[in-house]
Design a protein around this ligand. Structure first.
Ligand code: ADP
Ligand code: MG
Ligand code: ZN
Length: 611
């Protein structure tokens, strides 16, 4: 049937709240539901899937923010199947594409891919098939460098377009467009050409990274001025989050944790370097686990082999660099352990998101120490130094990108060092989502602590912070404001001459993390706003703090006070010897609900011992 979209003039911004997209009276509804069952074997749609499909099939540009595992692929594979013509899918990694194609072919859907690493003759054959009037392909996957560098492909697409056969353009993992995101890929920056060349073809951009700055960047670069945006909660209720101190016993702690909670179950351990991957895997094998390493400098054949053994449960633990896992479709990953600090909160959220895709309880444990931050920062800086001037954008935007990476890292450090606030709240706030910590129901380490609280009036500190944001003309990031307030004398503060401000060092006396909590509270209360700043340099974005005129006015004029809860100081926890019975153990019989109360207390006890 012909579902060629007739463009409807819509300029909504938030589609999620719009009822029209959930209607079951679209021309294609019956066919959609039938194919969802018959071809994909799904009993129903997951949240937002129907709405997204209806919006894109109505001919709109659509931008989807959905957590990893939410089911983004179906929102373009199903339309591709029931629409005439070919759907072009841009996806960042060949391994990701191969995984998808395998699933499509299993479902009898004709699909192909083009990548620069393929034989030229093979590529020619695919392009020829694409042009033939009897072309059977429903989906054509390409890596972004094909669009950026292959004129031949663009010409073929133009041909398809002119014949009305280019039915949809999909940009998967769209956050790769943004330098502000955690996984920037320069070739994604060229994808704006697609909307320019094929203005009538609807674009569907999908990502699991949803900070305001990334969203802005993606919409701008891809040219999706009037797109409909679907966004859903990034909270993953079935994941439990823990941050533990990383000590010399880290590997023993990892073994104990797996042994007590996820013995013989499947998991991923993310490591910083290739050598770490190998060391951790070897040690876990000594402990009797079926573990293997996985990283970029391995033979592609070895890698594929390990991935296969893992998906068939012959190996249960993969010790990998972050290269592993994007798009990996294993539903029963029971734990994700970070052996070292992730590079950003988005990255962390996405890596954790690979656990528990089947909605069953799963654990995310992050081992943190400050020296990993120093190491990582060095690696990031080094990486930039090596790219040098050969990078596409030299000079100040290069510097800016480095700043972005450092800022992302610092946020991650501040997440780890926070031993008070709910981990979910801390993550979700980062994605611009509000979260009531009581909904965590003790499924993170901080909520598990039965802290006693005192209320403190911190109005004066709050006023100083707002003053400081205004003094510095509302052009600096959270991290920078905190540095100045706490009296840092580092390069960056000096460079902008902020060490001469009257409020420089005004927050020196505060306990570690306290100023950060108060500042974050001001953002939650919308007294301050985290905004996006674009520099003149095309595409370069950073986050800045601004004041909300009305609310900050109320604060400064004394109409509004800020009262925050602080934990009462406790005695340092006893260091206990770890024996079998005190290993952290998580209740699993209570699958759908939260960790059982008494066991939670036990777990907390055990965690204290680990500290
Ligand atoms: P994402 O790209 O958002 O991370 P995927 O598209 O890879 O997620 O889907 C994750 C898993 O969810 C896949 O195993 C997929 O088969 C499954 N899935 C998607 N939609 C449905 C549905 N409506 N019903 C059941 N399972 C689904
Ligand atoms: Mg996906
Ligand atoms: Zn919590």
């Amino acid at each position: 049937r012909d579902y060629t979209p007739r463009a409807i003039d819509i300029s909504y911004t938030e589609g999620s709240g719009d009822k029209q997209w959930s209607s079951t009276h679209f021309a294609w509804t019956k066919e959609l539901e039938a194919n969802n069952k018959r071809v994909f074997g799904n009993r129903s749609f997951r949240p937002n899937q129907r709405e997204i499909i209806n919006a894109t099939m109505s001919g709109n540009d659509v931008f989807v923010l959905m957590p990893t595992g939410g089911g983004k692929s179906l929102t373009y594979q199903l339309p591709a199947l029931i629409c005439n013509g070919v759907t072009l899918v841009v996806s960042p990694l060949v391994s990701l594409i191969q995984d998808q194609i395998m699933h499509l072919l299993q479902a009898n859907i004709s699909a192909a891919y083009l990548s620069a690493s393929m034989e030229w003759s093979e590529q020619q054959e695919i392009l020829r098939e694409l042009m033939s009037p009897t072309c059977t392909y429903k989906l054509l996957y390409v890596t972004p460098e094909k669009i950026a560098k292959s004129d031949a492909l663009l010409r073929q697409l133009e041909n398809l377009y002119s014949r009305g056969h280019l039915s949809r353009i999909v940009i998967d993992e769209a956050h790769c467009v943004s330098q502000w995101g955690h996984d920037f890929r320069p070739d994604y920056q060229h994808l704006g050409i697609l909307k320019q060349k094929f203005p009538q073809t609807p674009v569907l951009a999908l990502t699991a990274t949803a900070t305001a700055s990334v969203k802005e960047d993606v919409v701008q670069v891809l040219g999706l001025a009037n797109c409909i945006i679907f966004r859903q909660s990034f909270n993953r209720p079935n994941l439990r989050y823990f941050v533990w101190p990383k000590t010399k016993k880290c590997l023993e702690d990892i073994h104990n944790f797996i042994h007590a909670n996820h013995n013989k179950e499947c998991g991923i351990i993310y490591c910083l370097s290739r050598m770490d991957c190998e060391k951790v895997a070897a040690k876990l094998r000594e402990y009797g686990h079926k573990a293997s390493h996985y990283h970029g400098s391995m033979d592609p054949e070895d890698r594929a082999n390990i991935q296969k053994q893992w998906s068939k449960d012959r190996i249960n633990i993969i010790c990998a660099t972050v290269a592993f896992g994007m798009g990996i479709n294993k539903p029963d990953v029971r734990f994700v352990i970070h052996h070292s600090l992730p590079k950003s909160i988005e990255g962390y959220h996405q890596e954790c998101g690979r656990a528990g895709r089947d909605s069953q309880l799963s654990s995310c444990v992050l081992f943190y120490n400050y020296s990993d931050y120093i190491r990582l920062k060095h690696m990031v800086t080094q990486g930039f130094a090596e790219q040098g001037t050969s990078a596409p954008r030299g000079g100040s935007s290069q510097e800016q990108a480095l700043e972005t990476h450092k800022e992302n890292l610092l946020r991650m450090v501040s997440y780890c060092e926070n031993d008070v606030d709910c981990r979910r709240l801390l993550q979700l706030i980062h994605f611009g989502e509000m979260f009531n910590p009581s909904c965590c129901a003790k499924t993170c380490d901080n909520c598990l602590k039965e802290l006693r609280w005192v209320e403190k009036d911190v109005t004066n500190i709050a006023r100083q912070l707002v003053d400081l944001v205004m003094m510095t003309k509302q052009t600096y990031s959270t991290t920078h404001i905190l540095e100045v307030y706490r009296g840092s004398v580092n390069q960056n503060v000096k460079k902008h001459r902020h060490d001469t401000l009257s409020l420089h060092g005004a927050g020196k006396h505060l306990a570690k993390g306290e100023a950060a909590r108060i500042l974050r509270h001001l953002v939650i209360e919308e007294i301050l706003i985290e905004d996006v700043k674009k520099s003149e340099n095309y595409g370069s974005v950073s986050s800045v703090l601004k004041t909300n005129h009305k609310k900050s006015g109320d604060l400064l004029s004394g109409k509004h006070n800020v009262v925050l809860k602080f934990p009462t100081p406790e005695k340092a926890p006893k260091m206990g010897v770890l024996d079998e019975s005190s290993v952290p153990r998580i209740n699993k019989t209570n699958q759908q609900s939260q960790v059982d109360g008494s066991l939670a207390a036990e777990l907390y006890e055990a965690l204290q011992c680990l500290r």
